[in-house]
Design a protein around this ligand. Structure first.
Ligand code: BG6
Ligand code: GLC
Ligand code: GLC
Length: 882
């Protein structure tokens, strides 16, 4: 034991020493807030210089008008093609723009490689290549016959005089194509396209990636007036007052300015901050002396900076016993992905060791700690510098509006921002510190949601395939429900509904034929916490006790009714009336149930009580019950969604795709259990520290990661964690963390929904907070409301992204161009929250544009659904017996 402590002590000490050593060595890369404020001031001056007619020609920060205006200009609607050149990936995609000209939605895209011959060859070849790729895209998407306008996202500095023209000022990043600079890239692209007589494409607009990002985010949030890219390169755009833009006629409204901030410092303005490493890196780049700010920030450069630092440290004997390897001497050997891996929260150190070993260095523990810290300092500086320039833009926006405080949204994208483990968090923090007068919201463009959709799709497939199914996180459980109701169901049934906000017992009377109807009687029972988390026997005894009460209350104790058991937890079924609990989720954790058949457990509890008998016919997930209820009204309902305490979806899958169940004919309902999506870490890049805190404090740490970002039981917890954090920073509740705020679970879904209601005056918000034991000022209540808004919007969007994957899969299953489908929905979050359902629906529309999805609310549908399933099963059973 003692030895362990000694070791731990030794390691901490070792770590401290190494970190101090690196800190001292890299002192010039560590920028204090004072320095950052200074940088902010310098950038503000640069913006003014770039905007003014007299100084623009000598300005390094070009402040390029984009001809994207705030005032409506009657822009086109309909189908567009788009190509996107200049980031880490080159791709073509199809876009739809809706009636109001602003809303756009992206359909599928296809990526193409950009080998060096393309990025560093000659102009004619580059444009021919783009045209060829576009042709290929149109062929694969069957679009060749259509006359389509094209939007060209070209992520390089271009001087524009109108939307459909742009003269390239200079290549940046990894591009250096001969004969393109100072020419209009739109004309060149048009020429290349004209060579293909079989397509008819017109280049309609040229946009920078920052502008594209701002516009896509503007679709989600009207307040979005800044676009930032932190990826291969870095840049920002924002909406400037026309009266300040000397280079464009007119004084009314605003126009988006592409700052091209990457060139900041090209006139020496940052020379005092640039280090010997920056100079060396610059000399070895494609464009020496250019894009000096970008070279301290973009992911194209950070790996190389780290390499140069390590090399020098090694040469000075500070690392690896002074032994340099050939790999370490080779330009480009350390890339951004390595830096990110080395900075990873838990695995960081072991990743570092692995990466250094790959480079033929022989790292000691000390070396690894030191190298990791070098990475941190380099990426921290990147985030700091970005924050300073962004803070300058925000301040300018606020001053333009003559406001003392401003709320605004920054649309942001780029690989570094999205995938580096701590980058986004650091950036947000510094921006908030530098401009406390701006409440900034950072909004990732839809790209992230698209990624979520695509990953969900991958996981769905894993769960269905025989080889991958055992290790799949999204379990895709067969339910043995093979059809939706056909209206012939009838009879009297009992139903149990366990696992949502309420536990209820129901009596359901179904009539078929001309007087088709469903009547329900139900009673809600409480399940005390000690029982939810006690022993399995206690839980099932309690359930049976409630059934007994209900039978008594309804006066039907003698009748041996068929029973459908809605059990809203993951169950592996072998038939409709057998279900082994895979694992508890949400607030349940009774012992001795996991791995057991819950129907057996219920039967045994009935036997133990020995008072009545029931015929348990089916065990049903709540999603399935919900789908069946809606299916009873609308035969096109083949999906069931629950957005309540928990989050889950089921849908009708073709038998031939369900490899783990025999048979190829017809369909079967699959309970996806998508709440577990991400348990393999595949969405960790979008989880925040708050998500991780919520997870750690939950009953099932590490499990149900997607559910924990999207469902009612956890959203309140996320909000609470954020509020605690804000309070600690002194931004809320006068910096005082009250006892109530420390109470897990105080923000139930219903409170969130109330707080976010548009009809609620701030005073009422304060009253709700008061009820929860939180004493708030008016300012506090605004912040709390805002926090709730961000958290619930993200939840709805993530849920929408998941659902988009499901409907897209259904569309492909049916092999149709457009799919009309109904989704049965239930759950308190969906029903009570003022914005959740809308944002969810909008996201699905956006991410699955070829599907027309109707949402059908099924209030308390599970009980009815369970009864319907029971009826069907009973009918089939009887047929079987005859
Ligand atoms: C209810 C259904 O309406 O919704 C339940 O009857 C389901 O079966 C529940 O579990 C889900 O929502 P919540 O918010 O109660 O968990
Ligand atoms: C470079 C380009 C700029 C682009 C940025 C991000 O800085 O010059 O136009 O926006 O990279 O991709
Ligand atoms: C949890 C359960 C799932 C249920 C969902 C909604 O995710 O695991 O079975 O459908 O909550 O209640």
């Amino acid at each position: 034991m003692f030895a362990v402590h000694l070791l731990a002590f030794h390691f901490t000490k070792l770590k401290e020493d190494q970190i101090k050593k690196v800190d001292r060595y890299l002192y010039p890369l560590r920028l204090s807030d004072d320095v950052l404020v200074d940088v902010m001031g310098r950038f503000q001056a640069e913006m003014v210089k770039g905007l003014s007619r007299d100084t623009n020609s000598t300005a390094t920060v070009k402040m390029l008008p984009s001809f994207v205006r705030s005032l409506p200009d009657g822009s086109e609607k309909g189908d567009f093609l788009a190509v996107d050149l200049g980031g880490s990936l080159f791709r073509a995609h199809e876009v739809k723009v809706f009636d109001d000209g602003r809303q756009s939605s992206q359909l599928e895209s296809k990526f193409y490689p950009t080998p060096k011959e393309v990025t560093q060859g000659n102009g004619a070849e580059l444009f021919d290549y783009i045209a060829d790729c576009l042709l290929d895209f149109m062929e694969t998407k069957n679009l060749k016959h259509k006359k389509l306008p094209l939007g060209f996202t070209f992520s390089f500095p271009c001087k524009q005089t109108k939307l459909e023209e742009g003269v390239l000022l200079a290549w940046t990043k990894h591009f250096k194509v001969r004969g393109v600079q100072d020419t209009d890239v739109v004309t060149s692209l048009r020429k290349a396209l004209q060579k293909h007589k079989d397509i008819d494409v017109d280049v309609l607009a040229l946009v920078n990636d920052t502008v594209g990002t701002m516009m896509t985010c503007g679709y989600d949030d009207e307040r979005c007036e800044v676009g930032v890219i932190i990826g291969t390169g870095t840049n920002a755009c924002y909406m400037e007052e026309m009266r300040h833009i000397d280079l464009v006629e007119g004084d009314e409204g605003r126009m988006c300015i592409n700052t091209e901030w990457g060139a900041f410092g090209d006139d020496g303005a940052l020379d005092d901050l640039r280090t010997e490493f920056d100079r060396e890196l610059d000399l070895g780049s494609l464009n020496p002396g250019k894009q000096l700010f970008e070279k301290m920030i973009g992911s194209l450069y950070l790996g190389e900076l780290v390499r140069l630092i390590l090399l020098k440290m090694t040469k000075e004997g500070l690392l690896f016993n002074g032994k340099v390897s050939t790999a370490l001497l080779t330009k480009g050997k350390i890339e951004m992905k390595h830096v990110s891996a080395m900075e990873k929260y838990k695995e960081g150190l072991s990743n570092t060791k692995e990466i250094l070993t790959e480079l033929n260095l022989f790292p000691s523990e000390e070396d690894c700690v030191a190298v990791q810290h070098v990475c941190t300092i380099v990426s921290f500086r990147s985030a700091n510098l970005c924050a300073a320039a962004l803070a300058a833009i925000l301040t300018r926006l606020r001053e333009n509006k003559k406001l003392l405080r401003m709320r605004t949204t920054v649309g942001i994208d780029g690989g570094l921002y999205k995938t580096h483990p701590q980058y986004a968090k650091r950036l947000h923090k510094v921006v908030r510190r530098l401009v406390p007068t701006c409440d900034v919201r950072f909004l990732l463009s839809l790209e992230t949601l698209r990624e979520v959709r695509n990953k969900m799709r991958t996981e769905l497939e894993y769960g269905l395939k025989r080889e991958t199914q055992a290790n799949a996180t999204v379990k895709m459980l067969p339910t043995y429900v093979r059809g939706t109701p056909d209206g012939t169901e009838k009879g009297k049934f009992l139903a149990l509904d366990l696992g949502g906000t309420n536990f209820r017992v129901l009596l359901v009377k179904i009539k078929s034929g001309r007087r088709r109807s469903v009547q329900m009687y139900n009673k809600i029972f409480a399940i005390p916490l000690e029982i939810m988390q006690g022993t399995g026997e206690e839980l099932f005894d309690h359930i049976v006790q409630c059934i007994a009460d209900f039978l008594e209350y309804m006066g039907i104790k003698g009748a041996r009714l068929p029973l459908g058991f809605t059990f809203s937890f993951p169950c592996r079924q072998a038939s409709i009336d057998k279900g082994t609990l895979v694992g508890w989720t949400k607030g349940f954790k009774a012992t001795d149930c996991e791995g057991e058949d819950v129907v057996d457990m219920l039967r045994e509890a009935i036997r133990r009580r020995n008072e009545f008998d029931l015929d348990i016919v089916a065990v049903v997930n709540d999603t399935v019950g919900t789908m069946m209820t809606c299916g009873y009204e609308d035969p096109n309902c083949e999906i069931g969604l629950i957005a309540g305490t928990g989050s889950n979806v089921c849908y009708m899958e073709d038998m031939k795709n369900i490899e783990i169940v025999e048979g190829n004919e017809g369909k079967m309902c699959i309970n996806t259990e998508w709440g577990a999506f991400g348990d393999n870490g595949c969405i960790d890049n979008i989880r925040t520290k708050y998500d991780k805190e919520v997870d750690e404090g939950s009953l099932n740490p590490g499990k149900q990661r997607y559910e924990k970002m999207t469902s009612g039981m956890y959203l309140g917890e996320i909000v609470r964690q954020i509020l605690i954090d804000l309070t600690k920073q002194g931004l809320l509740f006068r910096g005082h963390i009250s006892e109530s705020l420390m109470k897990r679970g105080i923000f139930e879904t219903k409170f969130l929904s109330q707080i976010e209601s548009d009809r609620l005056a701030l005073l009422q918000v304060r009253r709700i907070l008061q009820q929860l034991g939180l004493d708030s000022t008016c300012e506090d209540s605004i912040i709390v409301k805002e926090v709730c808004g961000v958290v619930s919007q993200r939840a709805a969007q993530l849920c929408g992204a998941g659902l988009a994957a499901i409907v897209e899969k259904k569309r492909e299953n049916r092999g149709v161009e457009r799919l009309q489908i109904t989704v049965g929905v239930d759950g308190t979050l969906y029903k009570l929250h003022p914005h959740f359902s809308r944002v969810l629906q909008e996201t699905v529309k956006e991410l699955a544009p070829q599907c027309d999805v109707t949402f059908m609310l099924s209030e308390d549908g599970s009980g009815k659904g369970a009864a319907l399933i029971t009826a069907v099963a009973k009918r089939l059973h009887n047929v079987g017996q005859k």
